[in-house]
Design a protein around this ligand. Structure first.
Ligand code: BTN
Length: 330
């Protein structure tokens, strides 16, 4: 894993450089209280990262093009949330953002504010549900959010549903032409193929959750040809359906805003609003489904969801069964 070297990705000149206006090095240096040499070093760093800059006759600077990179400052430039995404740990590559988040929470070396995100360009050991591997090549959006909800353990499922709503709404707002569906509990599908998966990991004591790690994986600009054949056939990338490169930093910052909006409802125990929105993106209610609940296959008609997001199934002879975890097979 290449550990974060925060300093090297902390490039404050980026807050003042834009595509629209030229800015003088002297002005950058007075705005940031940095020497001219420090500013020039940051400019060099930007060029190394793939930013292309133009200089005018007065040696003022302007951005011509940006690389597709998830630098914290690129996410924060557009961020209007008050805590989700306000602290960002960025890694060019790592094993799994969930694993690193967990490590940080367990080691307690520093205080991790609620809403902190761990984000990376690629994962070598990405984790999916049920112990499955999650392929996470360059170009996707792979990140984890740390939350401290005041929830009893049996209500943790609603966090996954809330996250699915936030992702669906973010994608819908950016690309209204794309029709996105939620598959219970944690998959987002476009044209019946998976575009996003959510892995919620929590540590609870008897009464409530101590912390929750929300792992979100979105096939954004990654090439599906890098996925194994069996996974590729059921996957789709946003760039493929949108027909354009996805502005990943913008998507992440919009998603942080949506997550905060829906998490605030969750904190107020307004589960009804979350479930209402969830139903708009799902067509499972009233359907006959087959669910794999860890080896046991249960078939039935979905009557509704419980207040905490479990499926209420009508199984044989009209018997009612609640399912709190499993994979919907059809
Ligand atoms: C699934 O559908 O099986 C859940 C996939 C979750 C993948 C994300 S990518 C970011 C975070 N880190 C991980 O290792 N997994 C989650």
């Amino acid at each position: 894993m290449s550990e974060l070297n925060l300093k090297s990705f902390d490039i404050p000149v980026l807050s003042y450089l834009s595509e629209e206006h030229f800015i003088a090095i002297e002005e950058l240096s007075s705005k940031l209280s940095l020497s001219r040499i420090d500013i020039e070093k940051q400019v060099q760093q930007l060029e190394q990262l793939g930013y292309s800059l133009a200089t005018d006759e007065k040696r003022r600077l302007r951005i011509i093009s940006r690389p597709d990179i998830l630098l914290p400052i690129e996410i924060k430039n557009k961020l209007t949330s008050s805590y989700i995404g306000q602290t960002i740990y960025y890694f060019p590559a790592l094993t799994s953002t969930n694993t690193i988040a967990k490590k940080k929470l367990i080691e307690k070396i520093e205080k991790i504010p609620e809403g902190t995100i761990i984000i990376t360009e690629k994962q070598s050991g990405g984790k999916g549900r049920s112990g499955k591997r999650w392929y996470s090549p360059q170009g996707g959006i792979w990140f984890s959010v740390i939350l401290y909800p005041d929830l009893i353990p049996s209500n943790i499922l609603i966090i996954t549903l809330m996250t699915a709503v936030a992702v669906a709404k973010t994608i819908h707002q950016l690309f209204p032409q794309i029709s996105i569906q939620i598959k219970w509990p944690n998959d987002l599908l476009i044209e019946d193929r998976k575009v996003c998966g959510i892995l919620t990991e929590a540590t609870t004591n008897k009464k409530n959750a101590k912390w929750v790690i929300l792992g979100i994986g979105i096939n954004a600009n990654n090439d599906l040809s890098e996925l194994p054949e069996d996974i590729r056939k059921d996957s789709i990338s946003l760039k493929e359906v949108a027909g354009q490169l996805i502005p990943r930093a913008l998507l992440v910052s919009d998603l942080c805003v949506q997550l905060e909006k829906w998490y605030e409802k969750l904190k107020r125990k307004d589960f009804i609003s979350i479930l209402k929105e969830w139903r708009l993106y799902s067509n499972i209610i009233g359907k006959e489904v087959k669910i794999d609940t860890g080896g046991k296959i249960i078939t039935g008609e979905v009557i509704d969801l419980t207040r905490s997001g479990a499926l209420i199934l009508k199984i044989d002879k009209g018997k009612i069964k609640e399912i709190i975890s499993g994979t919907v097979l059809k």
